[in-house]
Ligand binder design. Structure first.
Ligand code: PHE
Length: 459
């Protein structure tokens, strides 16, 4: 099956591409606000623990499955557990790829459009708060604009994936990832040298353990899986392009480390800026990124430059993630159905685009899509529902099933064997096998039960 399949050019290429998948809107948009709401430094510590004890373990497991079989998530289960229901886990991953990409690309499309809005000097001094609100409303609630930018973003994603593993994903990750890092460091420096930067820094990093509750743990775990691109076979797929003589444990360690580093750095860029102005309270998600921050850009020196850099950073981070989302269904069509890669990329992109139209229209353009479900105080529109179903529930369920599969069906022994295949991956393999067999399933089952009993925790 592996004959004629593309491979990464080097170990660094895998690490850059997999980090590119992991680092995305989840790190820069979601992590800082989730952290701030849940006790700042205390949340960061809980999060780190989850990344090391669960995220890292599941990542090693996924990469190992992919590398062992050199196949896509559906193919993995077909090969290791023929004629069983396990193959459904692979299909769940393919569906999650489409599901997440469909709304991810809508938000990434807004980001992309803001690169141009900001660069054009729209958020320069003198713009009123109402106008900033109106610009955002105009972006998300106008059907033509929302769909147009969603389309452009899917087009970029399809373009990269069509190029293949080496010529597409690897080549672009090598350009985009260093660019992202440099942009972020520049932003952190700009932010930390603002007046009153220390106020925001303190809010972000001082540990307030009184805010750490049951739902904080849920938030940290959900954030960890989404941010590390786990639970849908992205890492299985990227692992399947890895050579057999590479050290999985070390590579996974690098990916977890860089994903976490970027998330923490993003907070260092956003928080000092946020609190540098009196009277601004941290907002969550879309409001923070598209309303509060442009307000700041309009008031600080070099705001237009800073703002353009910020939205460019966000777009780049989103692109290297969206290509990994698309690659899962594409790998399925290429491996299992023998489709040419180009056709697989175009058809898969089209499916995500069409599905995403509903999300694009759910933020004011079409009433029927804006308020579908009420959970506690929140009214969820189509986009939120997609995030809930695919971004949170399906990834957690997928991670649980993958851990159960490795620990109990394929066997912890087989995992240890594969990890011992190269030099030093074996040293931690006993610990990893134990975690994947007992700790990951127990924690994930507890989390899923909690979520089913307390749907409010989603909000
Ligand atoms: N990890 C990406 C982010 O943080 C999102 C993602 C999830 C990508 C699942 C691939 C698979 O934005």
């Amino acid at each position: 099956m592996s004959i004629g399949r593309d491979n990464w050019g080097s170990r660094l290429a895998f690490i850059l591409a997999a980090s590119g998948s992991a680092i995305g809107l989840g790190n820069i948009w979601r992590f800082p606000t989730v952290a701030a709401r849940n006790g700042g430094g205390a949340f960061v510590q809980v999060y780190l623990l989850f990344v090391i004890l669960l995220g890292f373990i599941v990542m090693v497991g996924e990469i190992t499955l992919g590398r062992r079989t050199q196949r896509n998530p559906v193919g993995v289960f077909r090969e290791l557990a023929p004629r069983s229901l396990w193959v459904a886990v692979g299909f769940l991953g393919v569906a999650a790829g489409w599901g997440i990409l469909s709304y991810y690309s809508v938000v990434a499309g807004w980001t992309l459009s803001y690169v141009f809005t900001t660069a054009g000097g729209t958020f320069s001094s003198g713009i009123s708060a109402e106008n900033i609100d109106l610009i955002f409303l105009g972006t998300i609630a106008s059907p033509a604009r929302a769909i147009f930018w969603h389309f452009i973003f899917i087009l970029l994603t399809v373009g990269v994936v069509m190029g293949g593993v080496k010529q597409g994903i690897e080549r672009w990750s090598k350009i985009l990832m260093p660019m992202l890092f440099i942009l972020l460091v520049l932003l952190v420096v700009r932010s930390m040298t603002l007046e009153n930067a220390s106020i925001g820094l303190k809010k972000y990093l001082s540990a307030d353990w009184s805010k750490v509750t049951g739902s904080t743990l849920i938030a940290a775990l959900g954030q960890a899986f989404f941010s590390l691109s786990l639970g849908m076979g992205t890492m299985i797929t990227y692992g399947s392009y890895m050579h057999r003589n590479e050290n999985i444990v070390r590579s996974a360690g690098w990916v977890c480390f860089s994903d976490t580093l970027i998330a923490v750095l993003a907070g260092l860029a956003i928080f000092p800026a946020l609190y540098s102005m009196p009277g601004v309270e941290p907002e969550v998600g879309a409001k923070l990124i598209f309303i509060v921050l442009p307000g700041l850009f309009s008031k600080i020196p070099f705001g237009t430059l800073f703002g353009t850099g910020f939205f460019l950073l966000l777009s780049v981070a989103a692109l290297t993630s969206s290509i990994s989302l698309l690659e899962v269904p594409v790998a399925y069509f290429v491996d299992e159905r023998r489709w040419p890669r180009r056709r697989a990329a175009v058809v898969s992109g089209l499916i995500a685009f069409v599905l995403g139209i509903f999300s694009a229209l759910s933020l004011g353009a079409v009433d029927g899509l804006s308020g579908i479900l009420k959970i506690g105080p929140r009214t969820l529109g189509f986009l939120d529902l997609m995030d809930l179903t695919f971004g949170q529930f399906s990834l957690t369920l997928g991670a649980l099933l993958i851990a159960l599969f490795i620990g109990w069906k394929w066997g912890a022994r087989a995992l240890v064997d594969e990890l011992s295949h190269q030099e030093s991956g074996g040293r931690l393999s006993g610990f990893i096998a134990f975690q994947i067999r007992y700790v990951c399933p127990l924690v994930l089952i507890a989390l899923l039960l909690y979520l089913i009993l307390n749907p409010n925790a989603f909000a």
